[in-house]
Design a protein around this ligand. Structure first.
Ligand code: PGA
Length: 248
């Protein structure tokens, strides 16, 4: 089995630059690259750096196709907490990915089963993912594939664990405790499954900060287990970990 390549840098700014350099180089090498891209806090600096490289060195995103890893169910693309809005804010407003090549599950789709089938078919029609960039949850999740007895391979609707929900929506936790939320928003999301992720030809996983250290150790130094979804990446022949020292 091949060990993942590990790139360990001093801090999160260097992680962002390293990750962006890998993505930027992949686009320059293969102008029709198909990317799977993450959201969350970890990749924000990578997007900033990719935008800078686009502006200063002219990296052309005109032939690039992007699939997002996930999106919240029941959330409109223009909702400020949607991942569609996140991608607009951090990437699409600043680089020239044609809108027809910006793919993300439709949080408002009428029929979730049809939506997941549509998304998988779109990935296949694009020729599969060349490069997937992932974050990792403190519980070892990738996308919204949460620790569980069983994992679902293709794109599907997932339920966030309490831990993930509280990390992603700290501003809603108080209202929830005080029973002020009638229905809890953002508890379900579309996510690419571990199967769709493992089909990517190259996977880059980013982690920064000491709160990710245990998850990285469990994922890459422990057994392969569905209880640590990122550990399934041990089965992939080409994984690059870009970590800062605190996470490594
Ligand atoms: P974070 O999320 O970057 O906001 O820590 C990572 C993840 O949950 O995959």
């Amino acid at each position: 089995m091949r060990q993942p390549e590990r790139v360990v840098v001093a801090e999160s700014g260097a992680m962002a630059r390293e990750a962006a350099a890998l993505v930027d180089r992949a686009i320059r090498t293969q102008p029709d690259l198909v990317l799977a891209l993450p959201t969350g806090n970890t990749p924000v600096g990578m997007y900033t750096e990719l935008v800078r490289l686009h502006r200063e060195t002219g990296t052309d995103w005109g032939g690039v196709t992007v699939f997002n890893l996930d999106e919240y169910l029941g959330v409109a693309p223009d909702h400020p907490e949607s991942y569609a809005a996140y991608m607009q804010q951090h990437l699409y407003r600043h680089v020239n990915v044609p809108p027809s090549r910006q793919h993300i599950p439709n949080g408002l789709a009428d029929d979730p089963d049809r939506e997941v089938a549509r998304y998988e078919a779109a990935i296949e029609a694009a020729g599969g993912v060349d490069l997937a960039v992932l974050g990792i949850g403190t519980n070892g999740h990738i996308g919204f594939n949460e620790p569980a007895q069983e994992l679902i391979a293709p794109t599907h609707v997932a339920t966030l664990t309490e831990e993930t929900w509280q990390r992603n929506f700290p501003h809603l936790v108080e209202a929830h405790r005080a029973d002020q939320l009638s229905a809890r928003p953002f508890r379900q999301a579309y996510t690419m499954g571990v199967g769709s992720i493992l089909q990517a030809r190259h996977i880059i996983l980013l982690a920064s900060g000491s709160d990710k250290r245990a998850a990285i150790a469990r994922a890459f130094q422990g057994p392969v287990t569905t209880q640590v979804p990122a550990s399934l990446l041990q089965l992939h022949p080409r994984v690059t970990l870009v970590l800062d020292e605190a996470a490594a």
